[in-house]
Design a protein around this ligand. Structure first.
Ligand code: PEP
Length: 254
């Protein structure tokens, strides 16, 4: 059985370097005690350097929340894939709904995924419907979003893509999506990935769920939703909740 994967998306938190170091220290200690689960922390850019341990880069891997699709040059405020890779970053979140809401189209997302995998990192590609309708039209929208977000990505890079199914209405919400619905929709997401690349690649791909996961619901979603892990927002900077979440996931994978 492959290891579960928990990715913490810190979003725009915390406010100080000291707090960031504290979260990293606690997360790394907790991650070091797990047997069946890999953990990735994605802090804001300004904290990425101090989150990477040169001595022990594997216990807690580090990711970034954003990346430019440009290689270099006059792009004020941007950070390239090469910069991240050379720093020791291994994962980049791409296509998050908050970035899509700020203007990222599927085509832009596709360019970012391509830049990330070509630089030798893993792209955590977020997809998810804004709303659910009884008729199931949202499945078509989800399919289009995923296909279009992969349009520029060569088939050889499929192994470096992690799929994060994040229904927009469940992000930052009170409740996560129901575990049974998570099961059904992540099967659908894997099927679309299979159609774009191959069944073999799709079976090997990790499909995560994201949207209001916390230490209370993680166990049930893992068991019923049968996901390969989680993309966790708020709870990833909430100690000791995140530590409890990691333990809950690791226990399921046992
Ligand atoms: C996210 O931002 O990707 C996310 C899942 O957030 P939250 O866990 O806070 O809903």
């Amino acid at each position: 059985m492959s290891k579960k994967l928990i990715i913490g998306n810190w979003k725009m938190n915390p406010s100080t370097l000291d707090e960031a170091k504290n979260i990293i220290r606690k997360t790394r200690t907790a991650a070091g005690k797990l047997h069946n689960t890999n953990v990735v922390a994605c802090p804001p850019f300004v904290f990425v350097f101090s989150a990477i341990s040169k001595r022990d880069p594997d216990t807690l891997e580090v990711g970034a929340q954003a990346v430019s699709f440009e290689e270099d040059g006059p792009h004020t405020g941007e950070v390239s894939a090469a910069m991240l890779k050379n720093l020791g970053v291994r994962y980049v979140i791409v296509g998050h709904s908050e970035e899509r809401a700020s203007g990222d189209t599927d085509d832009v997302v596709s360019k970012r995924v391509k830049a990330v995998v070509e630089a030798g990192m893993k792209a955590v590609l977020c997809v998810g419907e804004k709303v659910r309708d009884e008729g199931g039209t949202y499945l078509e929208a989800l399919k289009d979003q995923l296909r279009n977000s992969l349009a520029r990505v060569p088939a050889t890079a499929a192994k470096n893509i992690i799929l994060a199914y994040e229904p927009v209405w469940a992000i930052g919400a009170q409740e996560a999506m129901q575990a049974q619905q998570i099961l059904e929709t992540t099967i659908f997401v894997r099927k679309v990935f299979s159609d774009v690349f191959s069944q073999n690649q799709a079976m090997k791909a990790l499909v995560l769920y994201g949207g209001s996961v916390n230490f209370r619901n993680a166990h049930e979603i893992m068991i019923i939703g049968k996901v390969d892990g989680f993309l966790v927002g708020r709870e990833s900077v909430n100690m000791p909740g995140f530590v409890e979440l990691l333990k809950a996931v690791d226990a399921v994978a046992d």
